[in-house]
Design a binder for this molecule. Structure first.
Ligand code: TRP
Length: 443
């Protein structure tokens, strides 16, 4: 099995340059080596947007466009919508027992976010405990690697702790993930604030038009101690130069600008104009690709749905193992629990009729126990009984059938034994329907 990447974003709006350098860039680079799943974390977005759930649908679409625009290849990377994988909610609940309230209260990123948000009615439990649900996001995919920005490190650490506790308590089912920081762990905002963040309104978005980018760059925060272009300026901690370092591929130009800036021989306007050009050139192909996909919404929709379906397959597998390891796979099996299956308190099958047509238009009778997957076919006063085990159908017995109103038969009453794994009755049903004739007595 290839190593896996799981990472994600809250769909609170389109993605910006901070997302790019913090995580998207790494995902694009690593998509060829890793099985990559990116979670569009709408459930997490709800934790502080629960009053406006109607915006999520469009935001999910915008985030998917951004993914495609920066070059995530939908053949390689699965886009998974969090709320469409209910197994994540289940795992979150189990994880809640493995984390203390005090640990949650210490999470520095959550603390910082709570400060920024000033929740009027107090902090919702959902928001405050989202690191637990994020641990479920990461671990249900058994991710080895999580490319994220610096602010997410406490979440990865929380996930690692949960994994260690879980594996020690139950069984070694989960994988301890590692964080991978981007080239720039934390991109400052255009206002010089510590972090580019939608809620702070200091962002350049990946889909911004060149006019929007120009406005943002030309009004950027710069060296506040510098009043005239002839004043010697500060390069260190000046976001205009931080951005030059990150986005301007012409390193000579950047060095020259820095030198002149420190000497007071270049104005802010020129430094910013060159930064605008660099960022705009960087964004041009991204913007174009975004536009191409935006014009094909059905394709994007398909990409999201297919990615989510394959994500859910992985999640189902893991949750099965989690339940097994926690002994939540109750068999209620009369044999296992010491009840003699021949005694009168054995569990009866719970039959449902399978509607089949066979041999032209003649209707055959099949009943299927939706609890254990055993089924019986009736034809011409004969009955056959089959069971489904380990993905195989095998015949158990045949006998005389009395076909009146009720389907009854002269065969041994078998107990209904719940299989140890949840079996999918609809799978058995479709197997029966696909090969109807082979389950009837031959004559
Ligand atoms: N908390 C992340 C953010 O705000 C989004 C996220 C949700 C995430 N689930 C994740 C990131 C799992 C990495 C792994 O950007």
């Amino acid at each position: 099995m290839n190593k896996r990447i799981l990472t994600g974003d809250r769909p609170t709006g389109p993605l910006h340059l901070g997302h790019y350098v913090g995580s998207l860039q790494n995902r694009v680079k690593l998509q060829h080596e890793y099985d990559t799943y990116v979670l569009i974390a709408d459930v997490q977005a709800l934790t502080d947007n629960f009053e406006h759930p109607e915006k999520l649908g469009d935001n999910i679409f915008q985030v998917a466009l951004d993914y495609l625009a920066v070059g995530l290849d939908p053949e390689k990377v699965k886009f998974v919508v969090q709320s469409m994988v209910p197994e994540l909610a289940e795992l979150t609940i189990y994880f809640m027992n493995l984390v203390t309230v005090a640990t949650l209260e210490r999470n520095p990123t959550v603390k910082e976010e709570i400060k920024q948000r000033n929740f009027v009615k107090g902090v919702p439990v959902g928001f405050w405990s989202y690191p637990i649900s994020q641990a479920a996001d990461i671990t249900i995919f058994k991710a080895d690697l999580v490319p994220v920005g610096e602010d997410q490190l406490p979440m990865i650490e929380q996930a690692r702790e949960i994994v260690r506790r879980f594996n020690r308590l139950y069984a070694k089912v989960l994988v301890e993930p590692r964080a991978m920081l981007g080239a720039v762990a934390r991109l400052p905002g255009t206002d010089g604030g510590a972090k580019m963040s939608k809620s702070l309104g200091n962002c350049i978005y990946l889909g911004d038009s060149s006019e929007q980018v120009r406005k943002r760059v030309m009004s950027m925060f710069t060296d506040p101690t510098r009043i005239h272009p002839t004043d010697p300026g500060h390069v260190e901690g000046n976001p205009v130069f931080t951005y030059h370092d990150v986005f301007n591929p012409n390193k000579d130009e950047v060095e020259e600008l820095k030198e002149r800036y420190q000497k007071g021989t270049v104005g802010d306007v020129e430094v910013k104009a060159r930064l605008f050009r660099a960022i705009n050139e960087f964004l041009e192909p991204i913007r174009e690709r975004r536009q191409e996909y935006a014009l094909r919404p059905n394709l994007v929709r398909e990409i999201i749905l297919e990615g989510t379906a394959s994500g859910r397959r992985v999640a189902k597998e893991t949750i099965e193992q989690v339940r097994d390891s926690m002994s939540l796979n109750y068999a209620f099996n009369p044999v296992l629990s010491g009840i003699d299956p021949k005694s009168s308190n054995r569990l009866p099958h719970i039959w449902k009729r399978v509607h089949v047509r066979r041999i032209g238009n003649e209707v055959g009778n099949i009943k299927l126990c939706w609890f254990c997957g055993a089924f019986r076919s009736y034809w011409n006063e004969r009955v056959r009984e089959f069971v489904y085990r380990d993905e195989e159908i095998s015949e158990m017995q045949t006998g005389r059938a009395y076909v009146s109103n009720e389907l009854s038969a002269d065969i041994i009453e078998t107990p209904c034994s719940t299989p140890s794994k949840n079996i999918d009755i609809s799978t058995i049903e479709s197997k029966i329907l696909a090969d109807v004739n082979s389950f009837y007595p031959q004559y």
